[in-house]
Design a protein around this ligand. Structure first.
Ligand SMILES: [Zn+2]
Length: 169
């Protein structure tokens, strides 16, 4: 790789990285395509968190078509670290992971309810042939709607709670 020899006199301004590092921006500057002069903060945070020489090393080790993605990842991580010096982007990841867990639980409950209602519907359409409906007098649908799902959820909650307790003891 040639260094500095391809430099032109007509280059208008150094890239954000070379400007911050107070060095001459060569034509084949590894930072120039990803850190334009009009976005100085982008490189400032990356430099603060990773160090310019490490960023340089990482970019040199990558094939050119992967460098853009690597830079966006480093910029994201650096900005998160500046915003939250303790957790950095791990804070965002774990809060999103918690949301995923909550939503997966909700989804599982909703799917269980769908299955439960389908079973009820089958029992009702069989008109007493189902062994799960002991009496068919009155209006069984409203009775089941009111009681069954709640019992199912309560039992789930109890099971989860006791499982959790035994795991943590
Ligand atoms: Zn440069």
């Amino acid at each position: 790789m040639k260094e500095g020899c391809g430099r032109k006199q007509g280059v208008p301004s150094p890239c954000a990285a070379c400007k911050l590092l107070r060095r001459r921006c060569a034509q084949d500057c590894v930072f120039a395509p990803y850190f334009p002069a009009d976005e100085p903060q982008k490189f400032a945070n990356v430099h603060k968190v990773f160090g310019a020489s490490n960023v340089n090393k990482m970019l040199q080790e990558l094939p050119e078509h992967q460098r853009g993605d690597a830079v966006s990842s480093m910029v994201y991580e650096a900005n998160a670290r500046v915003r939250d010096p303790v957790y950095g982007c791990v804070g965002a990841i774990s809060s999103l992971q918690q949301q995923v867990d909550v939503l997966q639980t909700q989804l599982a409950l909703a799917q269980a309810e769908v299955v439960h209602l389908r079973v009820l519907q089958m029992g009702l359409s069989n008109h007493g042939l189902s062994p799960t409906s002991p009496t068919n007098s009155g209006s069984p649908s409203s009775k089941f709607m009111d009681t069954q799902p709640k019992h199912a959820f309560d039992m789930d909650m109890v099971e989860h709670a006791s499982l959790g307790d035994s795991l943590w003891c």
